[in-house]
Ligand binder design. Structure first.
Ligand code: KIV
Ligand code: ZN
Length: 520
C-alpha cells in the first residue's frame, strides 16, 4: 500500500548563536569572528541570522553591520529592547542587508512587569505597539517577543499579540526565557493562542527555549507540533545560562522523524559539524563527546554487539548517517605533498576564506610546518591552524623563545623560557603544579598582567598521539574577557602560545566584554 506524499510546511530556522549564544559568559565574539560564523550559517542555509544586539556596544553594532554587509542569502536580524534608541540602532545596523529584520521585545509576565519593568500591563502593551510601529517605519520585517512569555497570562498574551500584529509585527515569538516550560504545556499554549487570537493567521509564531531543565529541544519541538513555524536556536546549544535549543538537534529531529513532524527546513546538514567546530574554536566552548549530532562519540559504537550489528546492517543501530551531518566527509586527507590549491580548497569547504594573498601564504606556511611533524592532516587540524592565522590582526606585544620544560619523578615541574616583551628579551623560570602551571608562572614573572585565568582547555584535535593540541586560555581583567588560542603538537608549547595570545589580545584592547552586561 502506498501513501500519498504529505505536503510539509516550511520551518524557519532562526539562528541566534551570534546573539543569545554570545550571552554565555566568556563566549563573546569579535566582529570578524561573527562574520566567519555568519558565512557558515548562510552556507548552511539558515533562514534568519540574529547577528547581535546593536545598541549593546559599538563593537556589537559594527558586528551586526558587517554581517549585514556580507550575508546575501539569509535574513540578518538585530535585537532591540522596546525603546526608541535600541530600535533606531538596530535599524541602522541592518540597513546594508539584502533582507533585514528588527527583533524587539518586552517582558509580559506578571513577575517581570511588576519587579523588573515596574510597569502596568496596559503600559507594556502601549509601549509594545508604539515600538513595533517605529520598527516598521525602518524595516518591513519586524519580530516581536514576549519576554518570559511562557510564564505570562493567557488573557494578556492574547491582547498584546493581537495588538502588535495589528501594528505590523509579522513574527510573534514566545520565549521560554527561564527554561521553566514543560513540553505539553508549552505546546498547548501555542495551540490555544493560535486558535484564539483573532488575527493569528497574519503572523508566524516562533519558539525560543532555554535549557535550564534540559527541555529546550523538547519544548521547541512540541511548539512545532502545535503550529509554530519558526524555531530560534543556536549551534551547539550555546546560550545564556544552560543554553538555548540546539540547532543541529532540531534540524535533525525534524528531518529524521519526518514521519512525525509536519515541517521541513531549508538547512543543508552537511555543514553542521564544520560549523559546530568553528563555533567551538572561536568561543572556546568545547563540545561534550556525547552531545547529540556533533559530539565526538555521536556516531561511535563501542560495544561489540553494536559494532557487529552496524557491520551487518547499518540501520540496526544508526538512525542518521554521519556523513549527512558533515562527519567523515573529508575523503581528501592532506599531507606534506599537498599543494596550495588543494589546501585552499579544503579551507574554503570549511568556511575559511582568506582576505589577502598574505593571509593565505601564512596559513599555507603553517600547514607545511605541521605536515612536517604530522603525517596526515585532517579538517580538525586545519580548523586549529586558522584559529591562529585568522585571529584578529593585533600587534604582538609578547612573544617567546627557548622554552624548556622539565618534569622528573619526585621533583617539582619546572619551566624556563625567554619572553620577548615590547622588543626586549627577558629570561624567566618558575616551578609549578605541573608543567603548564610552571610555564604560566614563568610568563607572569615578566608580564605581571594581574589577569584572572578563567579557563584553561586542551583539546586533542585528532586521534593519535601526534595530534595537535588545541589550547584555549580565557583571561579576565577589569571586566574584559579574552580567549587566547594556541595549537601545537607539543601541549606545553600550545599552552604558552595560547596564554601569550590572550595577553596580546588584552594589551591590544580586543574587547570581548559581555555584550549585554550594561543593558538592563
Ligand atoms: O530568552 C529570551 O527571552 C530572549 C529574548 C530577548 C528573545 O532571548
Ligand atoms: Zn534567550
Amino acid at each position: 500500500m502506498s501513501t500519498a506524499p504529505q505536503s510539509k510546511d516550511q520551518l524557519i530556522i532562526f539562528d541566534t548563536t551570534l546573539r543569545d549564544g554570545e550571552q554565555s559568559p566568556g563566549a563573546s565574539m569579535t566582529r570578524d569572528e561573527k562574520v566567519r560564523i555568519a558565512k557558515m550559517l548562510e552556507k548552511m542555509k539558515v533562514d534568519v541570522i540574529e547577528a547581535g544586539f546593536a545598541i549593546a556596544s559599538p563593537g556589537d553594532f559594527e558586528a551586526v553591520k558587517a554581517v549585514a554587509e556580507v550575508v546575501k542569502d539569509s535574513t540578518v536580524c538585530s535585537l532591540a529592547r522596546a525603546v526608541p534608541a535600541d530600535i533606531e540602532k538596530a535599524g541602522e545596523a541592518i540597513k546594508p542587508a539584502n533582507s533585514g529584520r528588527i527583533h524587539t521585545f518586552i517582558a509580559t509576565s506578571p513577575i517581570h512587569m511588576q519587579y523588573k519593568l515596574m510597569m502596568e500591563p496596559d503600559q507594556v502593551l502601549e509601549r509594545a505597539v508604539e515600538m513595533v510601529k517605529l520598527a516598521r517605519n525602518l524595516c518591513d520585517d519586524v519580530e516581536f517577543s514576549l519576554e518570559d512569555g511562557s510564564r505570562s497570562e493567557f488573557e494578556f498574551q492574547s491582547r498584546i499579540i493581537e495588538a502588535v500584529i495589528n501594528a505590523g509585527a509579522s513574527t510573534i515569538n514566545i520565549p521560554d526565557t527561564v527554561g521553566y516550560g514543560e513540553p505539553d504545556e508549552y505546546g498547548l499554549m501555542f495551540k490555544r493562542l493560535i486558535e484564539n487570537v483573532p488575527n493569528a493567521d497574519k503572523a508566524i509564531f516562533s519558539t525560543h527555549c532555554h535549557n535550564d531543565l534540559g527541555l529546550a529541544v523538547a519544548n521547541s519541538l512540541s511548539a512545532v507540533m502545535n503550529g509554530v513555524r519558526q524555531v530560534e536556536c543556536t549551534i551547539n546549544g550555546l546560550g545564556e545560562r544552560a543554553g538555548n535549543a540546539s540547532l543541529e538537534e532540531i534540524v535533525m529531529a525534524v528531518r529524521t522523524r519526518s514521519d512525525v513532524f509536519p515541517v521541513e527546513t531549508h538547512i543543508d546538514p552537511v555543514h553542521i559539524v564544520p560549523t559546530s567546530r568553528l563555533v567551538s574554536s572561536i568561543t572556546g566552548f568545547p563540545v561534550q563527546p556525547n552531545k547529540a549530532i556533533v559530539g565526538a562519540n555521536a556516531f561511535a559504537h563501542e560495544s561489540g554487539i553494536h559494532q557487529d550489528g552496524v557491520l551487518k546492517h547499518r540501520e540496526t543501530y544508526e538512525i542518521m548517517k554521519a556523513e549527512d551531518v558533515g562527519w567523515n566527509t573529508n575523503k581528501l586527507v592532506l599531507g606534506k605533498h599537498s599543494g596550495r590549491a588543494a589546501v585552499k580548497a579544503r579551507f574554503e569547504d570549511l568556511g575559511i576564506s582568506f582576505q589577502t594573498q598574505q593571509e593565505l601564504d601564512e596559513a599555507f606556511a603553517k600547514f607545511k610546518e605541521l605536515a612536517d611533524k604530522k603525517h596526515e592532516i585532517f579538517d580538525e587540524d586545519l580548523q586549529a591552524l586558522v584559529s591562529d592565522s585568522t585571529a584578529p590582526e593585533i600587534e604582538e606585544k609578547y612573544g617567546f623563545s627557548n622554552l624548556e620544560a622539565i618534569s622528573k619523578s619526585g621533583n617539582k615541574p619546572r619551566a624556563s623560557l625567554t619572553i620577548n616583551a615590547a622588543g626586549e628579551d627577558f629570561s624567566s623560570e618558575a616551578e609549578g603544579d605541573g608543567l603548564v602551571d610552571a610555564a604560566f608562572k614563568a610568563i607572569e614573572k615578566v608580564v605581571h598582567s594581574d589577569a584572572e585565568l578563567q579557563l584553561y582547555l586542551v583539546n586533542a584535535v585528532t586521534q593519535g598521539t601526534d595530534s595537535l593540541g588545541d589550547v584555549t586560555v580565557r583571561l579576565q581583567k577589569e571586566g574584559v574577557i579574552v580567549n587566547g588560542q594556541g595549537s601545537d603538537t607539543d601541549i606545553i608549547v600550545a599552552s604558552v602560545k595560547a596564554y601569550l595570545n590572550a595577553l596580546n589580545l588584552l594589551a591590544a584592547g580586543v574587547l570581548k566584554s559581555h555584550p549585554q552586561k550594561d543593558c538592563v
